[in-house]
Design a protein. Structure first.
Length: 123
């Protein structure tokens, strides 16, 4: 089994009362640990992950920024590029929020994200 490990640094960000994952991301799970293993990412795809902190009153942080050196998109979307075949999983790890008594929401998006910043100039 091939394991792909992704590290995220969790920096306390402003807390909001609604989901903070990017558009197109799906909630995989809420956990109280500092790791999560995902085995749902299909062969030959890219899976993007975001992690947020959730306090006991339902306030959710912005997504954690990626760890230094991590393949990352947009500063807070860790990327796992899956091999063409075989058994594999993605292990996400992050640094705890400084807010006490939080849990963590794990979000994912499978496949390429759409390009951004498209412009058109008429000549």
């Amino acid at each position: 089994m091939k394991k792909i490990t992704i590290l995220l640094f969790f920096i306390l960000a402003p807390i909001f009362t609604h989901a903070q994952a990017s558009q197109g991301f799906t909630l995989l799970k809420n956990v109280s640990t500092l790791t999560y293993t995902d085995s749902t990412c299909p062969d030959m795809t890219s899976c993007f992950y975001e992690v947020t902190a959730l306090d006991s009153t339902g306030h959710e942080s912005q997504p954690a920024p990626c760890a230094s050196g991590q393949l990352c998109y947009n500063g807070n979307q860790a990327v796992a590029q899956m091999p063409s075949s075989g058994s594999h999983s993605v292990t996400l790890t992050w640094t705890a929020s400084t807010t006490p008594s939080v849990t963590y929401n794990i979000y994912s998006h499978i496949g390429p994200l759409p390009p951004t910043g498209l412009g058109a100039i008429v000549n």
